[in-house]
Design a protein around this ligand. Structure first.
Ligand code: NI
Length: 195
């Protein structure tokens, strides 16, 4: 499968992902390719929506370093079970290049998910790991970090967001990006394959 990171406002970024029922060899190669793309673009997390897939999983490597394999995590069908406190820090997103802003998140979270071996993990996360998890988890529900900003902070990045939107619109006109109905047809096909 040929994967690429899609940019705002690609419709898949607003799509509510569906749980995965099967982890097989093809799924593992999708995950491998996502790590490659994430490192190429210097990210620390990447959700399936961001590579135009309708599945409920994301990857994280807080080091952003391809050689640090023990820092690689795959969270399949993740859940946030509990949240504690709040914390503010700057975030960016590979689907919103050039934009960053301070986002309020829960300081600590309790999560569950499945890993690539099909084992259930149950962890407490805090700091950057908790933040990255919440950011990626939001993607699976079609939520972007710019949706979480205070009105003032949203206003501060509004022009940059508008530029991305108009660039995207012109790529649709020239056929570099597919039309919305094509995107949704493809997502429905992919969903039938794996969920
Ligand atoms: Ni993101």
């Amino acid at each position: 499968m040929d994967l690429r990171v899609v940019r705002y406002p690609h419709p898949t970024l607003r799509y509510k992902s569906k749980p995965i029922r099967r982890v097989d060899f093809e799924f593992q190669s999708i995950v491998r390719r996502m790590f490659e793309l994430m490192y190429e673009e210097r990210g620390i997390g990447l959700a399936a929506n961001q590579v135009d897939l309708p599945y409920r999983f994301f990857i994280i490597n807080l080091s952003g370093d391809a050689t640090q394999k023990d820092e690689e995590f795959v969270f399949i069908n993740p859940e946030i079970l509990a949240k504690k406190g709040t914390e503010e820090d700057k975030e960016g997103c590979l689907s919103l290049p050039g934009i960053s802003a301070v986002v309020r998140r829960s300081a600590e979270i309790e999560i569950s998910a499945y890993n690539l071996r099909g084992e259930e993990v149950h962890w407490r996360l805090k700091g950057l790991f908790a933040r990255a998890f919440q950011h990626e988890y939001d993607h699976l529900d079609g939520t972007l970090f710019i949706d979480r900003l205070t009105p003032t902070r949203r206003w501060a990045v509004a022009d940059l967001v508008d530029v991305l939107a108009s660039e995207y619109a012109s790529r649709v006109v020239t056929g570099t990006e597919p039309k919305e109905e094509e995107v949704f047809r493809r997502l429905a096909e992919l969903e039938a394959l794996r969920v």
